[in-house]
Design a protein around this ligand. Structure first.
Ligand SMILES: [Zn+2]
Length: 425
């Protein structure tokens, strides 16, 4: 086996025009399954159908790798390496997508898998079926070229990332933990190729991600007749506190030297819900608001909680953490000195357009990798997709689409990365 690999040089994979056309068709096929995750007890039929489809079009992958199902529809594929003494490595992508909103707002059928104007259109094309399909396509190509990994490679495809990953990624992680399996790293979504305002194009690997916590703010006053208002009303008190939060800024945490991007380094605070009052002539006894926060690496849920308290308590507002499974601390910072990171960096630089910059940064939202990080020493977040001027705002938007070169770049990138990171090193 190792003899085959010694003849296989990373980055040398040539993909024929027929293979490219086939890859685009197979990818478009996955877009036609509306694998929307809404709640934890939603039907899994659509996921089962997409898996059956995938087993048909990437049959060599499912014949060669061992498949496990977790929580009904999350998939863990294991490509056993030639040397079991080496630490395995993981690549992750989620199968589920967010709802489309009103499909009349879309120029094309969000689940049509339309290939036109140089793009593949539909919900999930960027987030994150280009990863799911791209990884399966890459492994299929590598199998066809006779590649076998030196290290074991896991592909983890959760089915509920968009609603928190408490079924899929969590179950996969717990299963690996129970078998004492730890990976050297996991590669997930979260870094992209960005166009900067000054015209620079930069590939950014997110080596950390922010945490997540929401707080309930409440103010109380005496209920009464609105014809004789007191100096302070519940709504006025709460509003003042929120304005003070918006006007202030949290003290910046120290930025670790590995982070070379200046974006998303600060914790953020966003008021997302405000409720009070029941009738136009009644002064309400209570006003409540929800503040959603994203603690930055170096900060913590506690630090943000204390900051909010300090700002709003002088206005007579009380603050309470909304304790639910979505609460997470900011991630640790992953190392850029590992063999896996070097393999990733080389694979990125070989797949992007010459002249593209490279840097390490922070991802402002939460991904499934916060679950997988319990079984991986390092977490790298990157998808070789060139986002438009909207940046990550493009991900859950109408008319989600990916350019044909970007999708083919995903396939080549995953093939090269698996070849490099999966080799004996
Ligand atoms: Zn995603």
């Amino acid at each position: 086996m190792s003899q085959t690999n010694s003849l296989f040089s990373p980055g040398s994979l040539l993909i024929s025009p027929e293979e490219e056309t086939g890859a685009l068709d197979r990818f478009a096929g996955t877009i036609r399954f509306p694998t929307i995750s809404v709640s934890e007890d939603s039907s899994l039929d659509c996921f089962h159908n997409m898996r059956t489809y995938s087993m048909g079009v990437w049959n060599s992958v499912f014949d060669t790798l061992e498949m496990e199902l977790h929580s009904g529809a999350s998939i863990l594929l294991k490509w056993t390496g030639a040397d079991p003494s080496l630490e395995p490595v993981m690549l992750a992508a989620h199968q589920d997508v967010v709802p489309v909103g009103d499909d009349k707002d879309w120029l094309r059928d969000p689940f049509g898998g339309d290939i036109s104007d140089g793009r593949i259109w539909g919900r999930g094309t960027i987030d994150y079926k280009c990863g799911y399909s791209g990884m399966l396509e890459a492994v299929s190509l590598l199998i066809s070229r006779g590649f076998t990994p030196g290290r074991t490679v896991f592909l983890a495809f959760g089915h509920d990332e968009e609603i928190g990953g408490l079924l899929g990624a969590k179950a996969i992680t717990e299963s690996l933990l129970s078998r004492n399996i730890a990976c050297s790293s996991v590669l997930d979504e979260g870094g992209y190729i960005y166009s900067e305002a000054n015209g620079d194009v930069v590939a950014e690997v997110a080596i950390a991600e922010k945490g997540y916590a929401s707080f309930r703010l409440s103010s109380e006053a005496v209920q009464g007749h609105s014809s004789v208002p007191p100096d302070k009303t519940a709504i006025g008190m709460l509003a003042r506190g929120i304005v003070a939060l918006e006007d202030g800024s949290m003290p910046a945490a120290e930025v670790p030297s590995e982070i070379s991007s200046s974006k998303w380094l600060l914790s953020t605070i966003a008021p997302t819900v405000f409720s009070s009052g029941c009738k136009e002539n009644v002064l309400p006894a209570k006003a409540e608001a929800v503040i959603n926060t994203r603690p930055a690496p170096g900060s913590s849920v506690d630090t943000v909680h204390n900051y909010i308290k300090n700002v709003v308590e002088p206005f007579g507002i009380s603050v309470e953490l909304i304790d639910n499974p979505s609460v997470s601390e900011p991630s640790t910072i992953s190392s850029t000195r590992t063999m896996d990171f070097k393999a990733l960096r080389t694979s990125i630089l070989n797949s992007v357009v010459p002249g593209t910059g490279f840097r390490c940064g922070v991802f402002p939202a939460a991904t499934d990798s916060r679950r997988y990080s319990l079984v991986a020493n390092n977490t790298y977040r990157f998808l070789p997709v060139h986002l438009d001027h909207r940046g990550i705002g493009a991900l859950h938007s109408v008319d989600e689409s990916i350019s044909i070169p970007d999708y083919l770049r995903c396939v080549r990138f995953y093939a090269e990365y698996i070849t490099r990171v999966g080799s004996k090193g």
